[in-house]
Design a protein around this ligand. Sequence first.
Ligand code: PLP
Length: 367
Amino acid sequence: MRWKEQVLVLQPYQPGKSKEEVKKQYGLDEIIKLASNENPFGCSEKVVSAIQDFSGSYALYPDGYTTDLRFELAELLKVEANQLIFGNGSDEIIQIIARALLRPGYNTVMASPTFPQYKHNAVIEGAEVREVPLIEGEHDLEGMLAAIDDKTNVVWVCSPNNPTGTYISNHKLLSFLERVPEETLIVLDEAYFEYVVADDYYDAVELIETYKNLIVLRTFSKIYGLASFRVGYGISNSDIIRSLEPVREPFNTNTLAQLAAKTAIQDQEYVKKCRELNRKGLEQFYSFCNEVGLSYSLSQGNFILIDFEVDSNEVFQYLMERGFIVRSGKALGFPTSIRVTVGSEEQNNGVIEVMKEFLQSRVTLTK
Ligand SMILES: *Cc1c(COP(=O)(O)O)cnc(C)c1O
Protein backbone atom coordinates (compact mmCIF):
# COMPACT_ATOMS: atom_id res chain seq x y z
CA MET A 1 0.00 0.00 0.00
CA ARG A 2 1.08 3.55 -0.62
CA TRP A 3 0.96 4.95 2.92
CA LYS A 4 1.94 8.55 3.53
CA GLU A 5 5.58 8.09 4.60
CA GLN A 6 5.14 10.21 7.70
CA VAL A 7 2.28 8.05 8.96
CA LEU A 8 4.58 5.05 9.17
CA VAL A 9 7.03 6.84 11.47
CA LEU A 10 4.40 8.19 13.86
CA GLN A 11 3.62 6.36 17.11
CA PRO A 12 0.01 5.74 18.08
CA TYR A 13 -1.14 7.58 21.23
CA GLN A 14 0.10 5.70 24.30
CA PRO A 15 -2.70 5.67 26.85
CA GLY A 16 -1.56 5.53 30.46
CA LYS A 17 -2.12 2.33 32.43
CA SER A 18 -5.70 1.88 33.56
CA LYS A 19 -6.61 1.97 37.24
CA GLU A 20 -7.62 -1.68 37.11
CA GLU A 21 -4.33 -2.77 35.57
CA VAL A 22 -2.28 -0.95 38.21
CA LYS A 23 -4.44 -2.27 41.07
CA LYS A 24 -3.93 -5.82 39.95
CA GLN A 25 -0.23 -5.50 39.20
CA TYR A 26 0.73 -3.98 42.57
CA GLY A 27 -1.99 -5.52 44.74
CA LEU A 28 -3.48 -2.14 45.68
CA ASP A 29 -7.01 -1.43 46.91
CA GLU A 30 -7.25 2.10 45.69
CA ILE A 31 -5.67 4.07 42.89
CA ILE A 32 -5.71 7.83 42.55
CA LYS A 33 -5.25 9.01 38.99
CA LEU A 34 -3.62 12.44 38.75
CA ALA A 35 -2.31 12.00 35.23
CA SER A 36 -4.66 13.57 32.68
CA ASN A 37 -5.74 16.87 34.23
CA GLU A 38 -9.28 15.64 34.74
CA ASN A 39 -11.46 17.35 37.34
CA PRO A 40 -11.05 15.42 40.64
CA PHE A 41 -14.53 16.55 41.72
CA GLY A 42 -16.25 15.20 38.62
CA CYS A 43 -18.90 17.30 36.91
CA SER A 44 -21.84 19.40 38.10
CA GLU A 45 -24.72 17.47 39.71
CA LYS A 46 -27.00 19.20 37.22
CA VAL A 47 -25.28 17.34 34.39
CA VAL A 48 -25.68 14.01 36.16
CA SER A 49 -29.44 14.64 36.51
CA ALA A 50 -29.83 15.83 32.93
CA ILE A 51 -28.19 12.68 31.59
CA GLN A 52 -30.32 10.45 33.85
CA ASP A 53 -33.49 12.22 32.73
CA PHE A 54 -32.63 12.11 29.02
CA SER A 55 -35.68 10.97 27.13
CA GLY A 56 -34.61 11.45 23.50
CA SER A 57 -33.96 8.71 20.98
CA TYR A 58 -30.73 6.74 20.75
CA ALA A 59 -31.71 5.68 17.24
CA LEU A 60 -31.58 9.17 15.76
CA TYR A 61 -28.44 10.93 14.64
CA PRO A 62 -27.38 13.83 16.84
CA ASP A 63 -28.12 17.45 15.92
CA GLY A 64 -25.39 18.18 13.37
CA TYR A 65 -25.57 21.91 14.10
CA THR A 66 -25.25 21.41 17.89
CA THR A 67 -28.03 23.95 18.15
CA ASP A 68 -28.94 24.03 21.85
CA LEU A 69 -25.35 23.92 23.05
CA ARG A 70 -24.34 26.47 20.40
CA PHE A 71 -26.89 29.06 21.52
CA GLU A 72 -26.22 28.46 25.21
CA LEU A 73 -22.50 28.93 24.66
CA ALA A 74 -22.92 31.94 22.36
CA GLU A 75 -24.88 33.63 25.11
CA LEU A 76 -22.29 32.84 27.76
CA LEU A 77 -19.43 34.13 25.60
CA LYS A 78 -21.40 37.01 24.07
CA VAL A 79 -20.56 35.99 20.52
CA GLU A 80 -22.74 35.13 17.52
CA ALA A 81 -23.77 31.51 17.00
CA ASN A 82 -21.82 31.41 13.71
CA GLN A 83 -18.59 32.23 15.53
CA LEU A 84 -18.42 28.75 17.08
CA ILE A 85 -17.27 25.35 15.86
CA PHE A 86 -17.66 22.17 17.93
CA GLY A 87 -15.43 19.12 18.00
CA ASN A 88 -15.22 15.68 19.52
CA GLY A 89 -12.91 17.24 22.09
CA SER A 90 -10.73 20.20 21.17
CA ASP A 91 -8.36 17.51 19.90
CA GLU A 92 -10.67 17.26 16.92
CA ILE A 93 -10.64 21.01 16.31
CA ILE A 94 -6.85 20.79 16.19
CA GLN A 95 -7.20 18.04 13.59
CA ILE A 96 -9.73 20.05 11.58
CA ILE A 97 -7.43 23.09 11.51
CA ALA A 98 -4.48 20.96 10.44
CA ARG A 99 -6.51 19.29 7.68
CA ALA A 100 -7.82 22.59 6.42
CA LEU A 101 -4.55 24.51 6.36
CA LEU A 102 -1.45 22.32 6.54
CA ARG A 103 0.17 20.57 3.61
CA PRO A 104 3.56 19.86 2.05
CA GLY A 105 5.42 23.00 1.04
CA TYR A 106 4.08 24.99 4.00
CA ASN A 107 5.12 25.12 7.63
CA THR A 108 3.68 25.52 11.09
CA VAL A 109 5.24 27.08 14.19
CA MET A 110 4.80 26.00 17.81
CA ALA A 111 6.55 25.99 21.18
CA SER A 112 8.40 22.97 22.52
CA PRO A 113 7.50 21.29 24.78
CA THR A 114 3.81 21.96 24.35
CA PHE A 115 0.63 19.97 23.75
CA PRO A 116 1.73 17.15 21.38
CA GLN A 117 -1.34 17.06 19.14
CA TYR A 118 -0.31 20.17 17.17
CA LYS A 119 2.83 18.49 15.91
CA HIS A 120 1.20 15.10 15.48
CA ASN A 121 -1.48 16.45 13.14
CA ALA A 122 0.97 18.69 11.27
CA VAL A 123 3.20 15.70 10.57
CA ILE A 124 0.26 13.70 9.19
CA GLU A 125 -0.54 16.56 6.80
CA GLY A 126 3.08 16.65 5.61
CA ALA A 127 3.78 20.23 6.70
CA GLU A 128 7.19 21.30 7.99
CA VAL A 129 7.11 21.63 11.80
CA ARG A 130 9.11 24.46 13.36
CA GLU A 131 9.49 24.05 17.11
CA VAL A 132 10.71 26.95 19.20
CA PRO A 133 12.04 25.95 22.66
CA LEU A 134 10.33 27.41 25.73
CA ILE A 135 12.44 29.83 27.74
CA GLU A 136 12.19 29.01 31.46
CA GLY A 137 8.92 27.21 30.81
CA GLU A 138 7.39 30.10 28.86
CA HIS A 139 6.63 30.58 25.17
CA ASP A 140 9.46 32.37 23.36
CA LEU A 141 7.10 34.57 21.36
CA GLU A 142 9.94 36.56 19.79
CA GLY A 143 11.57 33.32 18.68
CA MET A 144 8.24 32.11 17.30
CA LEU A 145 7.80 35.35 15.33
CA ALA A 146 11.29 34.91 13.91
CA ALA A 147 10.38 31.36 12.82
CA ILE A 148 7.30 32.55 10.92
CA ASP A 149 7.75 33.24 7.20
CA ASP A 150 5.52 33.55 4.15
CA LYS A 151 4.95 29.77 4.16
CA THR A 152 3.67 29.62 7.73
CA ASN A 153 0.01 28.65 7.67
CA VAL A 154 -0.60 28.06 11.38
CA VAL A 155 1.07 29.18 14.61
CA TRP A 156 0.01 27.38 17.81
CA VAL A 157 0.03 29.13 21.17
CA CYS A 158 -0.91 27.23 24.31
CA SER A 159 -1.79 29.37 27.32
CA PRO A 160 -1.77 28.13 30.02
CA ASN A 161 0.77 25.81 28.45
CA ASN A 162 0.59 22.07 28.92
CA PRO A 163 2.83 20.67 30.53
CA THR A 164 4.36 23.73 32.23
CA GLY A 165 1.20 25.55 33.39
CA THR A 166 2.70 28.91 32.43
CA TYR A 167 0.53 31.58 30.83
CA ILE A 168 1.16 34.51 28.51
CA SER A 169 0.47 38.00 29.85
CA ASN A 170 -1.92 40.33 28.06
CA HIS A 171 0.89 42.68 27.13
CA LYS A 172 3.09 39.95 25.62
CA LEU A 173 0.23 38.35 23.73
CA LEU A 174 -0.90 41.63 22.15
CA SER A 175 2.60 42.47 21.02
CA PHE A 176 2.76 39.00 19.40
CA LEU A 177 -0.67 39.17 17.73
CA GLU A 178 0.21 42.56 16.22
CA ARG A 179 3.15 41.08 14.36
CA VAL A 180 1.85 37.73 13.08
CA PRO A 181 1.18 38.08 9.33
CA GLU A 182 -2.51 38.03 8.48
CA GLU A 183 -2.12 34.95 6.23
CA THR A 184 -1.07 32.91 9.28
CA LEU A 185 -3.82 31.47 11.47
CA ILE A 186 -3.08 31.92 15.17
CA VAL A 187 -4.50 29.10 17.29
CA LEU A 188 -4.74 30.07 20.95
CA ASP A 189 -5.38 26.88 22.92
CA GLU A 190 -7.03 27.77 26.21
CA ALA A 191 -7.95 24.31 27.48
CA TYR A 192 -7.34 25.54 31.06
CA PHE A 193 -8.91 28.99 30.62
CA GLU A 194 -11.43 28.57 33.44
CA TYR A 195 -8.66 27.82 35.95
CA VAL A 196 -6.74 31.05 35.29
CA VAL A 197 -6.64 33.63 38.09
CA ALA A 198 -3.70 35.83 36.93
CA ASP A 199 -4.51 39.57 36.89
CA ASP A 200 -2.68 40.30 33.65
CA TYR A 201 -4.40 37.55 31.67
CA TYR A 202 -6.12 38.65 28.43
CA ASP A 203 -9.71 38.31 27.27
CA ALA A 204 -9.26 36.06 24.25
CA VAL A 205 -12.85 36.38 23.05
CA GLU A 206 -12.49 40.14 22.89
CA LEU A 207 -9.26 39.78 20.88
CA ILE A 208 -11.14 37.90 18.16
CA GLU A 209 -12.79 41.20 17.20
CA THR A 210 -9.44 42.85 16.51
CA TYR A 211 -7.39 39.99 15.11
CA LYS A 212 -9.11 38.40 12.12
CA ASN A 213 -6.59 35.53 11.99
CA LEU A 214 -7.20 34.31 15.56
CA ILE A 215 -9.08 31.21 16.74
CA VAL A 216 -9.44 30.31 20.42
CA LEU A 217 -9.86 26.68 21.53
CA ARG A 218 -11.57 25.64 24.75
CA THR A 219 -12.96 22.41 26.11
CA PHE A 220 -15.46 20.74 28.42
CA SER A 221 -12.88 18.10 29.37
CA LYS A 222 -11.03 19.98 32.06
CA ILE A 223 -12.80 22.23 34.61
CA TYR A 224 -16.28 21.11 33.49
CA GLY A 225 -15.33 17.53 34.31
CA LEU A 226 -16.76 16.04 31.11
CA ALA A 227 -13.70 14.44 29.50
CA SER A 228 -15.56 11.20 28.77
CA PHE A 229 -18.11 13.02 26.61
CA ARG A 230 -15.51 14.61 24.31
CA VAL A 231 -16.69 18.15 23.58
CA GLY A 232 -14.39 21.02 22.67
CA TYR A 233 -14.97 24.18 20.67
CA GLY A 234 -13.34 26.93 18.69
CA ILE A 235 -14.29 30.62 18.81
CA SER A 236 -13.33 32.88 15.91
CA ASN A 237 -14.86 35.24 13.37
CA SER A 238 -17.55 33.78 11.16
CA ASP A 239 -15.31 33.72 8.04
CA ILE A 240 -12.76 31.42 9.63
CA ILE A 241 -15.49 29.23 11.10
CA ARG A 242 -17.16 28.97 7.66
CA SER A 243 -13.86 27.86 6.09
CA LEU A 244 -13.30 25.19 8.75
CA GLU A 245 -16.86 23.82 8.79
CA PRO A 246 -16.65 21.67 5.62
CA VAL A 247 -13.71 19.80 7.16
CA ARG A 248 -15.75 18.84 10.23
CA GLU A 249 -17.58 15.54 10.20
CA PRO A 250 -21.35 16.14 10.17
CA PHE A 251 -22.19 14.37 13.45
CA ASN A 252 -18.97 14.79 15.40
CA THR A 253 -20.50 15.63 18.79
CA ASN A 254 -23.06 13.14 20.03
CA THR A 255 -26.48 13.76 21.56
CA LEU A 256 -25.61 13.03 25.20
CA ALA A 257 -22.39 15.02 24.95
CA GLN A 258 -24.29 18.04 23.63
CA LEU A 259 -26.79 17.74 26.48
CA ALA A 260 -24.04 17.34 29.09
CA ALA A 261 -22.08 20.37 27.83
CA LYS A 262 -25.16 22.56 27.53
CA THR A 263 -26.22 21.74 31.08
CA ALA A 264 -22.70 22.24 32.43
CA ILE A 265 -22.65 25.82 31.11
CA GLN A 266 -25.72 26.59 33.19
CA ASP A 267 -23.82 25.84 36.41
CA GLN A 268 -21.12 28.52 36.53
CA GLU A 269 -21.18 28.35 40.34
CA TYR A 270 -19.69 24.89 40.04
CA VAL A 271 -16.95 26.18 37.74
CA LYS A 272 -16.12 28.92 40.22
CA LYS A 273 -15.99 26.46 43.11
CA CYS A 274 -13.63 24.17 41.20
CA ARG A 275 -11.38 27.10 40.27
CA GLU A 276 -11.10 28.08 43.95
CA LEU A 277 -10.46 24.54 45.16
CA ASN A 278 -7.81 24.13 42.47
CA ARG A 279 -5.98 27.22 43.74
CA LYS A 280 -5.94 25.79 47.27
CA GLY A 281 -4.64 22.51 45.87
CA LEU A 282 -1.85 24.24 43.97
CA GLU A 283 -0.86 26.00 47.19
CA GLN A 284 -0.47 22.58 48.85
CA PHE A 285 2.02 21.58 46.17
CA TYR A 286 3.84 24.92 46.28
CA SER A 287 4.33 24.65 50.08
CA PHE A 288 5.57 21.10 49.73
CA CYS A 289 8.08 22.03 47.01
CA ASN A 290 9.29 25.06 48.93
CA GLU A 291 9.66 23.00 52.08
CA VAL A 292 11.78 20.30 50.47
CA GLY A 293 13.54 22.53 47.94
CA LEU A 294 12.18 21.14 44.66
CA SER A 295 11.76 23.52 41.74
CA TYR A 296 8.46 23.81 39.88
CA SER A 297 6.75 26.22 37.56
CA LEU A 298 3.96 28.45 38.81
CA SER A 299 0.78 27.10 37.25
CA GLN A 300 -2.39 28.72 35.98
CA GLY A 301 -3.77 25.28 35.13
CA ASN A 302 -4.94 22.34 37.25
CA PHE A 303 -1.57 20.62 37.19
CA ILE A 304 1.98 21.26 38.28
CA LEU A 305 5.32 20.26 36.81
CA ILE A 306 7.77 19.40 39.58
CA ASP A 307 11.48 18.80 38.98
CA PHE A 308 12.87 15.94 41.10
CA GLU A 309 16.30 16.14 39.47
CA VAL A 310 16.34 12.37 38.94
CA ASP A 311 15.06 10.19 36.10
CA SER A 312 11.36 11.02 36.03
CA ASN A 313 10.42 7.41 35.35
CA GLU A 314 11.84 6.49 38.75
CA VAL A 315 9.55 8.93 40.54
CA PHE A 316 6.63 7.86 38.37
CA GLN A 317 7.22 4.19 39.20
CA TYR A 318 7.62 4.84 42.93
CA LEU A 319 4.36 6.76 43.08
CA MET A 320 2.49 4.22 40.97
CA GLU A 321 3.51 1.29 43.17
CA ARG A 322 2.01 3.23 46.07
CA GLY A 323 -1.28 4.01 44.35
CA PHE A 324 -0.76 7.35 42.59
CA ILE A 325 -0.66 7.60 38.81
CA VAL A 326 0.99 10.82 37.54
CA ARG A 327 2.65 11.70 34.21
CA SER A 328 6.33 11.08 33.85
CA GLY A 329 8.01 14.10 32.29
CA LYS A 330 10.13 11.93 30.05
CA ALA A 331 7.57 11.75 27.24
CA LEU A 332 6.67 15.42 27.80
CA GLY A 333 10.14 16.81 27.20
CA PHE A 334 11.08 17.20 30.89
CA PRO A 335 13.08 14.06 31.70
CA THR A 336 13.59 14.84 35.41
CA SER A 337 10.13 16.20 36.17
CA ILE A 338 6.68 14.79 36.76
CA ARG A 339 3.38 16.43 35.93
CA VAL A 340 0.77 16.01 38.65
CA THR A 341 -2.89 16.92 38.28
CA VAL A 342 -4.19 18.85 41.26
CA GLY A 343 -6.61 16.55 43.08
CA SER A 344 -8.85 16.97 46.12
CA GLU A 345 -7.17 18.17 49.32
CA GLU A 346 -6.97 14.60 50.59
CA GLN A 347 -5.57 13.26 47.31
CA ASN A 348 -2.96 16.03 47.25
CA ASN A 349 -1.88 15.26 50.82
CA GLY A 350 -1.69 11.59 49.88
CA VAL A 351 0.57 12.05 46.88
CA ILE A 352 2.70 14.61 48.73
CA GLU A 353 3.30 12.09 51.53
CA VAL A 354 4.54 9.53 49.04
CA MET A 355 6.73 12.13 47.33
CA LYS A 356 8.30 12.87 50.73
CA GLU A 357 8.91 9.14 51.21
CA PHE A 358 10.54 9.00 47.81
CA LEU A 359 12.90 11.85 48.69
CA GLN A 360 13.69 10.14 52.00
CA SER A 361 14.48 6.87 50.26
CA ARG A 362 16.90 8.69 47.94
CA VAL A 363 18.70 10.26 50.88
CA THR A 364 19.12 6.86 52.52
CA LEU A 365 20.35 5.33 49.29
CA THR A 366 23.05 7.90 48.70
CA LYS A 367 24.32 7.86 52.31
C1 PLP B 1 -6.47 18.41 27.43
C2 PLP B 1 -6.01 19.36 26.38
C3 PLP B 1 -6.65 19.46 25.15
C4 PLP B 1 -7.65 18.44 24.66
O1 PLP B 1 -8.83 18.50 25.22
P1 PLP B 1 -10.07 17.67 24.63
O2 PLP B 1 -11.10 18.71 24.50
O3 PLP B 1 -10.35 16.67 25.68
O4 PLP B 1 -9.69 17.06 23.33
C5 PLP B 1 -6.25 20.41 24.25
N1 PLP B 1 -5.24 21.24 24.53
C6 PLP B 1 -4.57 21.16 25.70
C7 PLP B 1 -3.45 22.07 25.96
C8 PLP B 1 -4.93 20.21 26.65
O5 PLP B 1 -4.23 20.09 27.77
